[in-house]
Design a protein around this ligand. Structure first.
Ligand SMILES: Cc1cc2nc3c(=O)[nH]c(=O)nc-3n(C[C@H](O)[C@H](O)[C@H](O)COP(=O)(O)OP(=O)(O)OC[C@H]3O[C@@H](n4cnc5c(N)ncnc54)[C@H](O)[C@@H]3O)c2cc1C
Length: 415
């Protein structure tokens, strides 16, 4: 049965949901408070990475976060705040940083990411998108023996999960990347990973959806939800009131603000990340993570992107120069011939990753509301998991058999 569906948020999650919902014959409207040309879904590193099987909340991460709290140029920065939502999130994050949670999370993260990768490939092909998409793998470049040992352990774990990954020595690295000088002791190569140029895909998707009859309201903010007997009747924006049968909350880092309107305290923190684009010929042909610096490097269509840092400091878009500098310095440390210019650094942009406390997104309906499907909290993996999330949302709303067990994604789960 065709339904009227309103999607709040036009990032990768909202657009993916719109794509699969309109395919099922629903009437879809997307509302976004922005112009839909910036934010996490545009500044990300473009990885579709089944390699990232370990959730952010892993043993030792909280300890590292505390150590790095006093260093504002560290890869992970958690700014202490006297705010109840932040304290509840920190408590839940700390609780999730354990081996048994990681063990339970790995197959779920792997399955949703692999499903997503297949769906991205299907969309690119069946809609004839011109956006850049390649499957050249992902290198984890290590400069220290210790990091290389750690990465090899992760590679072994990933291999035992059926992923295609191997170790690469210095000589093999030179053969793989002949056109750029790399300073590394060795690497692992996840051949299973692919990469893309995010803004191209987002533009292609918006154009496709408009042609398919999806309505867009941009620069329009959803301010309130009218809820009667655990059902949303309408959304109130700063411009109008809109009614629908079903609603999707895909508002990224802002989602917790609207979840409160249905009485759900969604634990979510914004994790700010930055990107610097370099349009000169770098010689880099394979995406890489600079393992010690936690910087992602992606050869995109026409430029190389350097992206990184996770700054948990509330919702703000302040560009901190020391973080941009840390990414730039890391680039030169691993690729000695690459120097990001002052102009490139001054054009750095940031986006907010919606971070759940346990490294697993929220996908599904809360018991608090019958016609709201929540789809957020993907943290560092939102690009990778985007299309699968959209498909799951569409299956939920269409009352179809879901492609994956949704238990671990439940928005009402306890930490
Ligand atoms: C530097 C960086 C690098 C990254 N690299 C990768 C990567 O390589 N691979 C990967 O898988 N992931 C990556 N990520 C993570 C990924 O980009 C995010 O998880 C993903 O973009 C989140 O998508 P989203 O649609 O949930 O949120 P968003 O992209 O933030 O979209 C949410 C939208 O909701 C709108 N909105 C919010 N509130 C309202 C409201 N009240 N009314 C109307 N509209 C509203 C916002 O304007 C926004 O457009 C990276 C992120 C960053 C920052």
């Amino acid at each position: 049965m065709s339904k009227n569906v309103i999607i709040i948020g036009g990032g990768i999650i909202g657009l993916s949901a719109a794509y699969f919902l309109q395919k099922e014959g629903h009437q879809v409207t997307v509302i976004d408070q922005s112009n839909m040309d910036s934010g996490a879904s545009f500044v990300n590193a473009g990885y579709i990475s089944p390699s990232h099987i370990i959730p952010l909340s892993a043993p030792g991460v909280m300890k590292k976060g505390i150590k790095w709290m006093f260093n504002s140029s560290s890869p992970l920065y958690i700014k202490p705040r006297l705010n109840l939502d932040f304290l509840r999130w920190t408590w839940a994050f700390n609780k999730s940083c354990n081996a048994s949670h990681v063990k339970k999370a790995i197959p779920v993260i792997k399955d949703i990411t692999l499903l997503s990768q297949r769906l991205y490939e299907d969309i690119q092909k069946s809609e004839k998108f011109s956006s850049h998409y390649q499957k050249k793998g992902l290198l984890m470049l290590c400069q220290t023996e210790h990091m290389l040992e750690e990465e090899i352990k992760i590679a072994n774990l990933a291999r035992s999960e059926g992923l295609d990954v191997n170790e690469i020595n210095k000589e093999e690295l030179r053969v793989l990347e002949p056109n750029v000088k790399i300073e590394a002791k060795g690497a692992t190569l996840f051949k299973c990973d692919s990469h893309s140029t995010p803004h191209e895909f987002m533009q292609n998707m918006v154009t496709y959806l408009k042609e398919a009859g999806v309505t867009f309201y941009t620069n329009e903010k959803v301010e309130d939800l009218e809820v009667v007997n655990e059902m949303i009747i309408s959304v109130k924006t700063n411009k109008q009131i809109l009614k629908a049968d079903e609603f999707v909350l895909a508002a990224g880092s802002w989602s917790y603000l609207l979840s409160k309107k249905i009485g759900l305290k969604l634990l979510l923190e914004a994790g700010k990340g930055y990107r610097i684009d370099n349009s000169s010929e770098t010689g880099i042909s394979i995406p890489a993570i600079l393992a010690e610096a936690k910087v992602a490097v992606t050869p995109m269509n026409g430029y190389t992107r350097f992206a990184g840092t996770m700054e948990i400091a509330g919702i703000n878009h302040i560009i901190r120069k020391e973080r941009v500098e840390a990414i730039s310095k890391a680039a030169t440390r691993y690729y000695p011939d690459i120097h990001l210019s002052s102009k490139e650094k001054s054009q750095a942009a940031c986006g907010l990753r919606p971070v759940s406390p346990d490294g697993i997104p929220y996908i599904g309906k809360s018991s608090k509301c019958d016609n709201l499907t929540i789809a957020t909290g993907h943290a560092m993996m939102g690009w990778s998991m985007g299309s699968a999330t959209g498909k799951l949302v569409s299956e939920i709303i269409s009352n179809k058999k879901v492609s994956m067990d949704l238990e671990m994604f439940h928005p009402d789960r306890k930490f």
